[in-house]
Write a protein that binds this ligand. Structure first.
Ligand code: 3PG
Length: 306
């Protein structure tokens, strides 16, 4: 039995060793495909495997068509918008994610990018502090909760909007729930996005929301670029010189925004939120365990295409 670990953006070596150990111990062979040059390489590699572990790698209908033995795909991470769930279900393939395993890493980067921006890219001029400022968390899932925990350490006032999360969960963390996205954006100078990219959320962060943000606004995106209405983002940056945007998921128009707005925007050169040894180990090993559990015993906890 074989499990392919296909990662355009490789895990840390220590995580790969951990994945191999889990698979070896279960008598499953690990096939490793890192930094592959194109889709053809992935298609070739999936031809004879029963399991597939990926990160943001695109797993579309063509991949499922080329993998007749495939039984399980595990997205080592949270967001599974890169996997065609309908195609998987049509072929009887189970798809899982590994919720929470990389969330602290992503949450820490929120503050890394925020401090870079509010300290003016460390250019020697006076910046501002986080203490006492209002942070809005848009979607209170695993990453959002870690962001709240860290924000409390900075002495920030933390608000959250999430129609799928009971208010009590937020209140228990000392976070103030708000009733609408509009209220969140109106209240908070800093807003951190943690919504998944779905039909409902794509391009939902638009002018009418962004224009509500108070003076000195900073929007932080470690979620997905697709949730932003990019033309509206450009418009608000144009209209308001006090508006800032940092993202770990660079927009399609990143170059234009950098050219026009300089240090008011910042984008990591590659998606780096989950790129820590700890997150790679947590998510990679969870993915290996889940793959073995499904292939050997049919355990389908964390299945997302029920
Ligand atoms: C996730 O959805 O888990 C994060 O966006 C991390 O994605 P990555 O594994 O591609 O870095």
């Amino acid at each position: 039995m074989k499990v392919l670990v296909a990662t355009e953006k490789p895990f840390a070596a220590v995580a790969v060793n951990g994945i191999k150990e889990v698979l070896d111990n279960a008598g499953v062979e690990m096939v490793l495909l890192e930094k592959y040059p194109d889709k053809a390489a992935l298609l070739k590699a999936v031809e004879d495997v029963e399991g597939l572990i990926v990160r943001s790698d695109i797993v579309d209908a063509e991949v499922f068509d080329t993998a007749p033995k495939l039984k399980i795909v595990v997205r080592a991470g949270a967001g599974y918008d890169n996997i065609d769930l309908n195609a998987a279900t049509a072929k009887g393939v189970c798809v899982m994610n590994t919720p929470g395993q990389n969330s602290n890493a992503v949450a820490e980067l929120v503050f890394g990018m925020t401090i870079l921006m509010i300290r003016n890219h460390f250019n020697g001029t006076s910046g501002t502090e986080l203490k006492g400022k209002k942070l809005g968390i848009h979607a209170y899932g695993q990453v959002g909760r870690n962001v709240a925990r860290i924000a409390k350490g900075f002495d920030m006032e933390v608000y959250a909007f999430d129609p799928y999360c009971p208010d009590d969960v937020m209140k228990k963390d000392g976070v103030t729930p708000v009733a609408s996205a509009e209220e969140l954006y109106k209240t908070c100078q800093f807003v951190s996005l943690h919504i998944p990219a779905t039909a409902e959320t794509k391009q939902s962060i638009n002018y009418s929301l962004l224009s509500l943000m108070p003076k000195g606004a900073l929007l932080i995106n470690t979620a997905r670029k697709e949730v932003i209405y990019e033309e509206d983002l450009a418009r608000i940056l144009e209209e308001r010189t006090d508006f800032h945007y940092v993202a770990d998921v660079a927009p399609t128009i990143a170059d234009t925004l950098k050219e026009k707005f300089g240090n008011r925007v910042f984008f990591t050169p590659k998606k780096m939120g989950a790129q820590t040894a700890e997150a790679n180990i947590n998510a990679g090993i969870a993915a290996a365990r889940q793959s073995v559990g499904y292939l050997k015993d049919g355990i389908d906890k964390f299945r997302v295409n029920k």
